[in-house]
Design a protein around this ligand. Structure first.
Ligand code: ATP
Ligand code: MG
Length: 480
């Protein structure tokens, strides 16, 4: 027998246990309610997609695609000649899923590796079987929109999703490898600024409803395919002039992902960045107009925001409107939501031309952390009734009344084995029950129940109908 060992959750992942899980459910449920009141509907997407989808949608030069993806091969060719090779590849890739490893294997002249390895590797690559745990859900939403011809549906499609995302990042407060997002997307023929403003309104309505305090909305416009390239070129030229004053990351990004330099948090780069040309002065007339109208739409909704010309976001697909919301209590990981417009993405992923899109993703982990830090957690409904039954004759009545209480939408705990009276009430108390329903042989014989409110020990003897009415009245009273 092998030695006994305990297993632990993988670094960067975590278990969300009760009672915390109730807070998560409440947050997600509130998001559903708010989003549905704006006409958004749930879309449930696969957790993994082709790696190439993310590479194309999010952008090969982004942090996400460049270094944060969890990729793997699902399936190897069914050709028997490749079986051993596949096993070998699989083991190697499990250790390091980077393409580099395959190449290294292919290129090595290891006599153990038959020459067919390169064929196998090529086949694996060709057949597009490299899969990735989704690092975000916009790519999948757009893939689904195209795959199901949703552009033929009337009007704009308003979708929301809730679920886990995966990024290989250094775990720290507010940053996990499996984290959760609640997001929304609007896809369709219109890019009216009113859409941008409405999803921002919806987002802030949710934050308001869940008591997320001290939020700050930042907005920017990063132009479109007509005006951004010229701006990026200008920026690149200016950055090359100051290259030797920049850190290694920014130096590299000048060539690979120029706009991202603006995102730098390095203190010594700040005075340099502040002097760089700003996109707002280089927007084309159509983008400038869109941004101006967005601000009018926001004013109409009394939405408070701050313009931040350096808000470029890490993903390649954004055009025009970008935004971010920060919240209190999160330290340096203070962004609880990011989003923006992605008008060209549908076409770029092989869909019909002319489809516009905008969306956001809220980081649920951080949102909940911030609400907790702010002490704004709601008192969530706990156990309603603990059924303290005693005596074998009382048990059948206890089972039946538990069914009836539960059918009315209350929660009831029914001990599966008889307990001593004191112990029973003690447990009711520890479980935080609001009522104990005392059911002894006397009560069972007369079809009555003693209902004891645990907060003040008030108790009364009731028949079944009166008992259910009392619970109902109590529920209404505490809700009002
Ligand atoms: P950051 O700059 O914090 O890395 P990001 O730009 O990578 O964020 P987005 O891709 O815009 O983030 O995702 C939207 C939101 O998802 C973020 O604002 C954040 O709240 C949350 N988020 C992103 N990555 C993580 C993570 N690793 N752990 C927890 N939450 C995350
Ligand atoms: Mg990130």
């Amino acid at each position: 027998m092998s030695e006994k060992r305990q297993f632990k959750a993988i670094k960067g992942t975590r278990d969300i246990l009760p009672p915390d899980s109730a807070v998560w459910n409440w947050f997600e449920q509130t998001a559903r309610q708010v989003f549905e009141s704006y006409g958004f509907r749930d879309i449930r997407l696969p957790i993994f997609e082709e790696t190439e989808l993310f590479a194309r949608a999010v952008g090969a030069e982004t942090d996400i695609v460049g270094k944060e993806m969890f990729s793997f091969f699902s399936q190897f060719t069914s050709d028997e000649r490749f079986e051993d090779l596949e096993q070998r590849l699989h083991e190697e890739l499990a250790r390091d899923p980077g393409e580099e490893k395959i190449r290294a294997l292919v290129d090595s002249n290891d006599p153990q590796i038959p020459g067919t390895l390169s064929q196998a590797a090529a086949k694996v690559r060709r057949s597009g079987e490299s899969l990735t745990l989704r690092p975000e859900a916009t790519a999948g939403s757009v893939r689904a929109y195209i795959e199901h011809g949703m552009h033929t549906l009337p009007g704009n499609q308003k979708l929301y999703y809730i679920g886990p995302m995966f990024r290989r990042e250094r775990p720290q407060k507010g940053r996990y490898r499996q984290f959760y997002q609640v997001g929304a997307e609007v896809l369709g023929p219109s890019d009216a600024p009113g859409i941008d403003a409405e999803i921002l309104e919806m987002l802030l309505a949710l934050f308001n409803r869940v008591g997320l305090a001290n939020t700050k909305l930042y907005i920017n416009s990063i132009g479109c395919k007509d005006c951004r390239p010229a701006y990026v070129e200008l920026l690149r030229e200016e950055l090359r002039k100051v290259k030797d004053q920049l850190g290694a990351d920014s130096q590299r990004r000048i060539e690979t992902n120029t706009l991202r330099v603006l995102d730098s948090k390095l203190p010594e780069e700040q005075p340099i960045i502040e002097k760089l040309p700003r996109i707002s002065e280089h927007l084309c007339a159509a983008c400038r107009d869109h941004f101006e109208k967005l601000k009018i739409e926001l004013a109409l909704r009394e939405i408070v925001y701050e313009e931040n010309w350096r808000l470029v976001r890490g993903l390649d697909y954004y055009t025009r409107t970008t935004f971010e919301v920060t919240a209190a209590g999160l330290g340096s990981q203070n962004a609880v939501c990011g989003g923006g417009r992605y008008d060209g993405l549908v076409e770029m992923l092989g869909g019909p031309a002319g489809v516009k899109g905008i969306g956001f993703a809220i980081g649920t982990d951080r949102a909940i952390l911030s609400i907790q830090e702010g002490g704004n957690l709601p008192r969530l409904a706990g156990l309603d009734v603990f059924i303290a039954w005693m005596g074998a004759q009382a048990y059948p009545a206890a089972v039946r009344i538990a069914q009836k209480i539960r059918a009315r939408g209350f929660s009831a705990e029914l001990p599966p084995e008889e307990m001593k009276f004191r112990k029973s009430l003690g447990l009711a108390d520890k479980l935080g029950a609001r009522f104990a329903l005392i059911l002894g042989e006397d009560e069972a014989a007369t079809s009555t129940y003693t209902l004891k409110r645990l907060a003040d020990a008030h108790q009364e003897k009731l028949g079944e109908a009166a008992l259910l009415d009392t619970l109902e009245a109590e529920r209404k009273g505490t809700r009002a």
